[in-house]
Design a protein around this ligand. Sequence first.
Ligand SMILES: NC(=O)c1ccc[n+]([C@@H]2O[C@H](COP(=O)([O-])OP(=O)(O)OC[C@H]3O[C@@H](n4cnc5c(N)ncnc54)[C@H](O)[C@@H]3O)[C@@H](O)[C@H]2O)c1
Length: 234
Amino acid sequence: MSKTYRAGLVGCGGMGRHHLNVLNDLPEFELVALCDIFPDAVNKSGDEYGVEARYLDFDQMYDEANLDLVTVATQTRGHHGPVVAALRRGISVLCEKPIAIDLVEADGMVAAAEASGAKFAIHQQNHVNPGIRKAQAMVQEGGIGDVILVRGRNKAGRKSGNEFMEMGTHVADMMLCFGGVPEWCSGDGLQREPIRRTDGHYGGEGDVSARSGLWIGDGDTRNSALRFPRRHLG
Ligand SMILES: NC(=O)c1ccc[n+]([C@@H]2O[C@H](COP(=O)([O-])OP(=O)(O)OC[C@H]3O[C@@H](n4cnc5c(N)ncnc54)[C@H](O)[C@@H]3O)[C@@H](O)[C@H]2O)c1
């Protein structure tokens, strides 16, 4: 019989609840502990999924719940803490995208994974999307002829900071899936007006762009050009 892995979740919000549904459906995993800083959130999920061990502090959960793996589904600015704390205890981690708010945090998370020997993955679910996999196979088999351009574009309609850092990670990830790791890239940005701390973007969904120093607001645009190894352009 295959091993059953003891799984926990940090962040019982919107995406966390998707992970709970999946973990609950997979026979290889036993959902044993939940954590959120808000009692209402952790209790709602705990009641719904029948999980008794509920925590408001991820360190305490890691120390007490004997986890094999944890899913981290906090907002991006809150990924680094619970990820590094888990990896340091040898607990494997599936963390929501985008990996972190900046490269310093991202590098720290990768270094913690390398030092721990535990597994660390970012949830870029398009890698297992059957439609994307079919398209990749068609490209690899030459089914659509020579690829000369890989074009990625967001669906728009959200704040630009959110589009760039939160949703853009899916677009960039897919472009790399089809094109490989770029040999070079260049980019430009147009900022319509400076973003101030009092703007809605700050602390809200544009928080990622504000914290990362990119300061992207409504109406701003970012364009990038990439050169892929097989000489495709992006
Ligand atoms: N893969 C996808 O397609 C996809 C889709 C949506 C969101 N996401 C990602 O999922 C992440 C979460 O987004 P969301 O919309 O679910 O956020 P959310 O705000 O709905 O949920 C985050 C939860 O984390 C909790 N939390 C915050 N700090 C915590 C801490 N220190 N310890 C424990 N819990 C804590 C919050 O109280 C909240 O309940 C983001 O990184 C987002 O980019 C990914």
